[in-house]
Design a protein around this ligand. Sequence first.
Ligand code: ADP
Ligand code: MG
Length: 640
Amino acid sequence: MNREANSNNTVNDGVETKPFQAEVGKILDLVVNSLYSNKEIFLRELISNGSDACDRLRYAAITEPALIKEDPELSIKISINKKARTITVADNGIGMGHDDLVENLGTIARSGTAAFVDELTGDSAKDVTLIGQFGVGFYSAFMVADKVTVTSSKAGEETAWQWKSEGSGEFTVTPVQREGRGTWIELHLRKGESEFLDPTRLRHIVTTYSDHIALPIQLDGTGSEGVETINSAAALWTRAKKNVSDDQYKEFYHHVAHSFDEPWSILHNKAEGRLEYTNLLFIPTAKPHDLFDPARKHGVKLYVKRVFITDDCQELMPAWMRFVRGLVDSEDLPLNISREMLQHNPVVTKIRTALIKRVLGELEKKADKSPEDFAAFWENFGPVLKEGIYEDSDYRERLVELLHCHSTNGDQLVRLSGYVERMKDGQDEIYYISGDNIDGLRNSPQIEGLLARGVEVLLFDDPVDEFWTGVVQEYKEKRLRSVTRGDIDLSNLDIDSDDAKEKREKRKAGTSGEIASLIGAFKLALGEEVGDVRVSTRLTDSPVCLVADEGALDIHLERLLKQQNRLDEMSKRVLEINPDNELIKSLAARAKEKPSDPTLVETAELLLDQARIIEGDAVTDPSAFSKRMTKMMAKSLANG
Ligand code: ADP
Ligand code: MG
């Protein structure tokens, strides 16, 4: 009997055949045909999964002791069958039921792997290098095996299921006789992979990658040695720092974080006294792939007296520290704590405060002692810490001290403390401009006047900059000031010689009548398109620029909100004109002489559109814009 359950799924004599999810198919293709040289990591992945499964069982058994009773000594067993060319990795952890097998081993179960698929290029040489960077978890078994059989029985269930696949396109699931709790993963090794039948080789792989696993890992090598435990089998974080090597920390990090970069920083501490806990925290070198997931989940696991409790205790770490990975093991919480009891728990709150201080302390130390190293951290995680400035007033001050910003002072990141030290005599505000990219900002007309006076301007290009600058009004009593909003008074900052100043005063007095006429003509021409037309103090070269009114939202923030549909209407901009610019000067003379000259209207429109383009805005009427442009060019050719 061959019954079609649905087009993707056939059942034949109890054997259910299912296709892999398309994304898994892509991973398998790559893994199966891969030239990846580090194939031995498959064992690390299977052991890591077995250890996770035991952690989950131990937690479930706190409330339901029957689950663990039939087989209470948790361990991972590796056995070799040379004749059959198989190795089996077995654990007596939580196990998987039918749906778990289909879901976990047939689709993409975690975001890291999903990100891996997103980055695939189709060029296998390039894609293979991604394996080491992302890890492909369970599917790495197919790097060495041409057939994988997973037999599993979930704790508390009567049934067992067998999942089988040759790694090409589909897998089968079949009910089988139950022989105990947990999961047995049998790998039938490919032709070239006989090295993994050698107990010495396997022992070496386990000590290299999995020594830190807190359960005994036993090897049944079929030889005369019998069964032996081949790892230290003690929770790594309980060891003294001096007894843990860098490589062991690194492998442990790979295991807890499911990331495969080097840790940028390792924080291993034991707190004793009123609050007793051990933390082993890692700050990654590379950006985790889910860093900007809307859920903003952190990566610190909670253990109680060596027992894994949860990786989802949101109170343990603030969202703005979600780049931290690792674990904390508490001696004060009760073992039978439920996840609900963790909410508003005073012990958790105290641990949280202590962890935040630890991490901040480490960041402050690095920022002071190794600025280059810190800059690399900041590139990855600065935007996340800035969320903290905005939303966590308790740590705002310390976070502001840690801020690193681009600036017109050079290509290096600068700190606010350094900015304040470099401030000019007479300067009493900290100036910044925000926009979409740093290079564009460096050339903004709105900062010309400041740069001409040697004043440094901070350059902000993170969307989150718009938010924290809204709550941090000042630093060391210097007001933080956007140069694209309101009036900026640069009169204290004039560094020109007296002579130059005098000349300019004279020129201004002489032309002010003309400039007033031009402003009048522009206002008339532009009407409702602008909020106002004013003489600028911030320009030195460009003829015009746009700024926001003092009371309005900053230009860049408005644009962001508009893009996110959180704002219906943009406020009107102020058009500032530069009285020292040659074009403006001639236009002003024309305005005085012949106020109704239609060229003035056209020039006003063109200059406004130009200013919009520099802001990164669209011109309001592109065809009118290009007609005006054409007309102007034709005119100038005719005259020249
Ligand atoms: P990850 O471990 O990062 O979640 P894997 O590809 O290694 O990704 O494993 C996918 C999922 O399959 C795991 O999250 C787990 O739910 C399940 N799984 C794998 N191996 C086991 C096992 N030995 N026991 C129980 N569940 C397992
Ligand atoms: Mg895994």
